[in-house]
Design a protein around this ligand. Structure first.
Ligand code: ATP
Ligand code: MG
Length: 334
């Protein structure tokens, strides 16, 4: 297949004057190069496209691809991850990973939790605070965890994210709302083990690739897996492949959530245990990082004995199962 690759290159946005944290979700050159190398190694023809603006220009010039491998995080608005998929849907070009609806909904952690709660997937009790006055209505027991409702890569999460009393809660919520110009998600603090679950596939044939426990070290900035700990994961975090009963239970919760949210091809779901050791969905990453040196899904695949190319190969296989006509044309061309 001739596969276009859409991405947001972090260096481009840093060069425009954005900060390290503002660009945390965007991708490094090594990620794009590694994806292209893996696709070539699998017998495909990768073609670099770039971000949503580059895609728009290519589409206007009538450039077309058999499929697009999309890892664009987008820049503006709550539906930023859905912009490239919307364009590709409009032009009838099939693409890897989740569709526009899933990407738009899952960026909003509150909406996502409402859908999962309704479907019976365990997730911590929560409130979404849109204005300071909403705080008076929050009657959840302390401690609570406060984070921006629609960010990733640990943005806005640090050693102070846990609020132990009402005044800390107010301070944290106002800070998040002011700094990120968006509502704050307040949820029951989950004190137990943390897992990130790698998933491959779509719908009924989706499966757990592996469950990795996240353990913060004594060098870590707080006990959570926030921005600073993610950026300094070599020193601050230990990763361990686990398959004990709690890990299996976390995998079940994640797989259930993946199916309910109609996620496709591959990604990660974060799960954390409550004080009784029961797993709760925290958030979904339908566009999980694919940096071979730095991303949880790649660590996980490595622990399971899969090379980077094999990981991309599993994602390609999932995409082709959803697009059998392309599978045929690929086999025929070969
Ligand atoms: N309710 C909670 N209780 C305890 N810790 C939490 C809770 N919610 C989040 N955390 C901690 O904060 C970390 C980051 O939260 P979350 O996964 O929602 O953020 P993110 O920025 O979207 O992460 P990612 O980089 O995976 O996209 C979690 O991995 C966990 O360590
Ligand atoms: Mg997370």
């Amino acid at each position: 297949m001739r596969i276009g690759v859409t991405y947001d290159l972090r260096a481009d946005y840093l060069a425009r004057g954005m900060t390290e944290e503002e660009t945390a979700e965007f991708d490094a050159e090594i990620t794009i190069a590694s994806i292209c190398r893996a696709l070539s190694g699998l017998g495909h023809q990768p073609v670099r496209i770039g971000n949503v603006s580059a895609l728009t220009a290519h589409l206007a010039e009538s450039d077309r691809w058999d499929a697009v491998f999309n890892i664009c995080e987008g820049l503006n608005g709550y539906a930023r991850e859905a912009q490239v998929p919307c364009l590709l849907d409009a032009y009838g070009i099939p693409y890897f990973f989740s569709d526009a609806l899933t990407l738009a909904v899952s960026l909003d952690k509150g909406w996502t939790k409402r859908i999962l709660r309704d479907a019976g997937v365990p997730t911590a009790p929560f409130a979404v605070i849109e204005r300071a006055a909403d705080l008076d209505l929050v009657d959840l027991p302390l401690p609570l965890f406060v984070k921006p409702v629609a960010e990733g890569s640990g943005k806005g999460i640090n050693a102070h994210s846990r609020a132990n009393n009402r005044s800390e809660l107010k301070e944290r919520v106002l800070e998040v709302m002011d700094r990120f110009r968006q509502p704050a998600l307040v949820e029951t603090y989950l004190p137990g083990r943390e897992f990130t679950v790698g998933i491959i596939g779509t719908g009924d044939i989706a499966r757990v690739l592996g469950v990795m426990e996240i353990i913060t070290t004594d060098k870590a900035a707080g006990a959570d897996y926030g921005f600073e700990n993610k950026e300094n994961c070599d020193q601050n975090v230990q990763y361990r492949l686990v398959d004990d009963a709690q890990a299996v239970a976390a995998g079940d919760v994640a797989l259930n959530a993946w199916r309910v949210l109609r996620c496709r091809d591959g990604g990660r779901i974060d799960v954390r245990n409550d004080s009784a050791g029961r797993p709760h969905f925290i958030e979904v990453n339908p566009l999980a990082g694919l940096n071979p040196e730095h991303s949880d899904l790649c660590y996980l695949a490595g622990f399971k004995g899969h090379s980077y190319q094999q990981l991309i190969g599993m994602i390609v296989d999932s995409f082709l199962r959803r697009n059998p006509a392309l599978q045929y044309s690929t086999a025929f061309a070969a």
